[in-house]
Design a protein around this ligand. Structure first.
Ligand SMILES: Nc1ncnc2c1ncn2[C@@H]1O[C@H](COP(=O)(O)OP(=O)(O)OP(=O)(O)O)[C@@H](O)[C@H]1O
Ligand SMILES: [Mg+2]
Length: 565
């Protein structure tokens, strides 16, 4: 007969044999003792729940309750009962520091019946699944972590996207503000220079005019003649500067008309040839069907000349100058991105070189008057400002493309003209003779007034000099019959030149009118364009200019006839 007790105790499973209904321990396997850290002698005969109470430190512990319920079910239904995995902590022996240790079990309780079918014991068999559960928990934690990480990554991606959009918007805003500031700055500088140029013109008119008188007086004295020549040259340079300043401030009188830019570019290229030197090659690429542009051709030539000279200066060791024309449509998108551009059809003229390029840091400054990187005496810094003012005044647009070390391309966009092309009229032959006609002068600046009077008298004209409109009208009322009314445009005294002219024409329908101005104003010049019937002598002017213009108006039909047309 085998020793069943020894066999039972050595069985590899975790077994406990309980009595019923009081659930005290009658037998236990060695494996069970090891798993629950108990001793056979210490637990045999004791109540199950006395030996294995709930962990008092775990408020959620329900092992005792669940196990008791299962055992009661076994008794009641006389059937085995498999429990779900239970958290049932075990007490640690004092040698391990006391307290409880977390444990998970998978129990199954099975009834044992006697030979006559009477209920005798319950076998409580468990599996220690702590390792599995803990592993699963760690897995779940890992999953939770992975989920969290994914969520966080998604959040971060969304944040990065939003932030990038914000940065982009901020950058656009900044760019727009910078462009606006640049435009405003150029406007402010324009007003300032315009004002200065205006005052300067009056002063220069006097100087240049009086020098001529002086020069005639000292004609026979070589030393003094060279002095007057020096004064004259300086005044001439001053006049050039004021002219450029007026151009920059968009206040030069322009006579725009339909012009063929291809012809203009070709003429300019021919003109340039001698001043560019052998080392610079000139190349043209012209749009065969270039639209006509609405532009003042003389000033356009000057602008191209300025750009070409800049190109030459940028290529001291030689290179290529390229002149191009093409038809371009600037669309709404382009107009929106460039504050001061109107969408529409333009004729583009590009002047490009293979020179050193314009460093990005100064690209915004090159249009400012007096900005130059050239040595003193080599550049005044007015070339590009003039081009800028002229193009703006002509309702055009310009753009610099430049790459340091490779070259520069300056593109001028000129409004397309919708009418037919007209040929540029050849200039009238210059006639600087004087005459004996009568001239009524209206000029509010006393210096200029006296100078003009002196000049006209020298030329032989019969002159009446007045300081403002009412004075001039009074002279006409008193019977002064003039052939020419020579009047300033902007004046004190309540009447501008246009109003004076209209009043005088009403009295003397045969009168010719010559306006003079250092400034362009709405009275005769609308948006920088001369009215077609207006003849203007821009300030400052020399004696020869004055003589020529007086002769010119005398050959024109009377103002009343022109106006009536
Ligand atoms: N094609 C170009 N290549 C390189 N730099 C240029 C070019 N055009 C202009 N610049 C730069 O812009 C500056 C201003 O040009 P701008 O024509 O207004 O004056 P300037 O040539 O120096 O003098 P000015 O034209 O009055 O004789 C130049 O000094 C130069 O630094
Ligand atoms: Mg220049």
């Amino acid at each position: 007969m085998p020793d069943f007790k020894a066999l039972f105790e050595a069985a590899p499973g975790l077994y406990l044999v309980l009595t019923q209904p009081d659930f005290s321990i009658v037998a236990v396997s060695d494996a069970y003792l090891r798993a629950t850290k108990t001793e056979r002698a210490a637990i045999l005969g004791r109540g199950l729940f006395d030996v294995f109470p709930d962990n008092p430190d775990d408020p959620a512990a329900d092992g005792v309750r669940n196990l008791r319920a299962s055992l009661e079910r076994v008794v009641q239904f006389r059937r085995p009962d498999t429990m779900s995995v239970q958290k049932y902590d075990i007490r640690k022996p004092e040698s391990e520091g006391g307290g409880f240790e977390e444990r998970y079990w998978s129990p199954r309780n099975t009834p044992v019946f006697g030979p006559s079918g009477q209920f005798s014991y319950i076998i409580h068999r468990v599996e220690d699944v702590t390792g599995f559960i803990q592993l699963k928990q760690r897995g779940a934690e890992q999953d939770k972590l992975t989920d969290l990480l994914r969520e966080r990554t998604e959040q971060m991606e969304a944040e990065i996207f939003m932030r990038a959009r914000e940065v982009e918007a901020a950058r656009e805003q900044l760019e727009a503000e910078q462009k606006l500031r640049q435009v405003q700055k150029m406007e402010a500088v324009g007003h300032l220079t315009g004002g200065i140029a205006h005052d300067f013109n009056n002063i220069l008119t006097v100087i240049t005019g009086l020098i001529d008188i002086l020069a005639e007086a000292v004609e026979h004295d070589a030393a003094l003649s060279s002095v007057t020549k020096m004064i004259s040259d300086a005044a001439f340079r001053g006049a050039e500067v004021t002219k450029h300043l007026l151009a920059f401030s968009r206040q030069q009188p322009l006579q725009p008309r339909e012009a063929n830019l291809n012809t203009l570019v070709q003429d300019t290229a021919r003109l340039l040839r001698p001043s560019l030197g052998e080392q610079i090659e000139i190349d043209t690429a012209l749009e065969p069907d270039a639209w006509p542009a609405f532009i003042d051709p003389n000033h356009m030539s000057t602008a191209l000349l300025n750009l070409a000279l800049n190109a030459r200066d940028a290529m001291p060791d030689g290179g290529k100058l390229m002149l191009e024309t093409s038809n371009v449509i600037l669309d709404e998108v382009y107009a929106a991105a460039n504050l001061d551009v109107r969408a529409g059809e333009y004729v583009m003229v590009a002047v490009s070189d293979t020179g050193g390029g314009i460093p990005a840091a100064i690209r915004d400054k090159v249009f400012e008057p007096f900005f130059t990187t050239k040595d003193t005496g080599k550049g005044t810094g007015l070339g590009l400002s003039m081009v800028y003012g002229f193009i703006k005044q002509s309702d055009g647009h310009l753009k610099i493309y430049s790459e340091e070390g490779h070259g520069t391309s300056i593109k001028l966009y000129l409004p397309r003209s919708m009418g037919d092309m007209v040929d540029v009229e050849p200039p009238a032959p210059v006639d600087t003779r004087g005459g004996h006609e009568s001239i009524l002068v209206v000029e509010d600046d006393p210096l200029v007034r006296n100078y003009v009077a002196a000049q006209l008298e020298q030329l032989g004209y019969h002159t009446m000099v007045t300081a403002n409109g009412p004075e001039a009208l009074a002279a006409v009322e008193k019977g002064f019959v003039c052939d020419v009314l020579f009047t300033d445009v902007i004046m004190s005294g309540g009447m501008n030149g246009r109003q004076v002219a209209d009043a005088v024409i009403a009295k003397l329908p045969s009168v010719r009118v010559l306006f003079t101005s250092g400034y362009t104003e709405d009275a005769i010049i609308h948006h920088g364009r001369l009215d077609p019937d207006v003849t203007l002598l821009p300030k400052p002017y020399r004696k020869a200019d004055l003589a020529r213009m007086i002769r010119q108006v005398l050959t024109q039909p009377p103002a009343s006839v022109v106006a009536a047309k």
